[in-house]
Ligand binder design. Structure first.
Ligand SMILES: C[S@@+](CC[C@H](N)C(=O)[O-])C[C@H]1O[C@@H](n2cnc3c(N)ncnc32)[C@H](O)[C@@H]1O
Length: 330
């Protein structure tokens, strides 16, 4: 988790990826029960309600640019794709494509939210993570691309075909555990979160990706209510020092839940709490892998060492910052 505004993932596919049609049809928003054509109108002049892709995108890009948005073209396009139910390819190939009035209104609503600093992913209601789509809500952290570092680290300890047991502490959307279950069909996982609402989203995402049967959900603080031992204990806990929270950018401060960000006075309380209990839940030969914030590596290694662990490895994210730490039993 980083504190900068989440960037759209390059793996994103258009969603919903619906076909748009040009032809002599009435505006599709008026076609009852026909969501496949929602937002697409073919005959602007006849209906008098449509607006061209070109005009809508130009208007949005200008507004976003004036607002200081660093990716105005991309954001405008993503919001229009969703509002009109058309693919990226169609928007690029056909700037004269006309968008029905209701879809144009939806697009302007989306734009207003973006101009109020709401991240694109929250407006769309999903985030792409490790090539899969995860539902996000106001109760969940918006999973960050940095957390894919933890996925890569964990997968190295999960050989294909072997039945590893994992626990994901503070699962949020379930991005970590659900991804690992999807990548490793023999694995099973316990997903915990203190937030029942976040846990419900994780359950939904597990269902969306067909891994629910191998997942167990446990609401409570870290290991409370959990039994058994795990080959991998994983967590991306809240790690931002409390005093820093008001200084975060509005996209984070105003939209990610505080329980997902606040790591206490120095940002390290969750690591202390987890380290104190983790040994009891670690299977022989198992590993703990945690995501961390910038500059926290040495202190967190100290916390786990004092709790009986051996710091084993550091993993850097794409920006070269130490992002994950791995521990074995000391
Ligand atoms: C930084 S978010 C990570 C969410 C998700 N794992 C991800 O990487 O996108 C931290 C999560 O920990 C949860 N959390 C905070 N305190 C907790 C606690 N004491 N026990 C369990 N979960 C907690 C929050 O509700 C939040 O979902």
């Amino acid at each position: 988790m980083r504190t900068h505004p989440p960037a759209p993932s390059p793996r994103r596919k258009p969603w919903p990826n619906k076909l748009a049609k040009r032809g002599k049809h009435r505006p599709a928003d008026s076609i009852q029960g026909s969501p496949a054509f929602a937002g697409v109108t073919a005959d602007f002049s006849a209906q008098g309600g449509g607006e061209s892709v070109r005009n809508l995108l130009t208007e949005a890009k200008r507004a976003l640019d004036r607002h200081g948005n660093p990716t105005p073209s991309l954001d405008a396009r993503l919001l229009l794709q969703e509002a009109a139910g058309v693919s990226r390819e169609m928007l690029i190939a056909d700037p004269d494509l006309e968008i029905a009035a209701a879809a144009a209104r939806r697009f302007r609503d989306h734009l207003a939210r973006r101009l109020a600093d709401e991240p694109v992913s929250r407006i769309l209601g999903y985030r792409e993570f490790y090539g899969r789509r995860f539902k996000i809500t106001t109760d969940t952290l918006d999973p960050r691309p940095d957390t894919e570092t933890l996925i890569e680290a964990a997968l190295a300890f999960m050989p294909l075909g072997e039945a590893r047991r994992i626990i994901d502490l503070g699962t949020g959307t379930g991005a970590i555990a659900v991804t690992l279950l999807a990548e490793r069909p023999q694995a099973t996982a316990v997903l915990t979160d203190i937030s029942p609402a976040a846990l419900a989203v994780a359950r939904e995402n597990a269902g969306l990706h067909g891994v629910e049967v191998r997942a167990t959900f446990s609401q409570g603080s870290w290991f409370s209510g959990v039994s058994g031992r795990f080959d991998l204990i994983l967590s991306n806990p809240p790690y931002i020092p409390e005093a820093i929270l008001p200084t975060l950018g509005p996209e984070v401060r105003n939209f990610d839940p505080k329980t997902a960000l606040n790591g206490g006075p120095d940002g390290l309380n969750p690591y202390r709490e987890m380290a104190a209990e983790a040994l009891r839940f670690l299977a022989p030969g198992g590993r703990v892998i945690v995501e961390i914030g910038e500059g926290q590596a040495s202190e967190i290694e100290g916390i786990f060492s004092a709790a009986g662990f051996q710091p084993e490895r550091r993993w850097a994210d794409l920006a070269g910052h130490v992002r994950c730490l791995g521990f074995a039993q000391g």
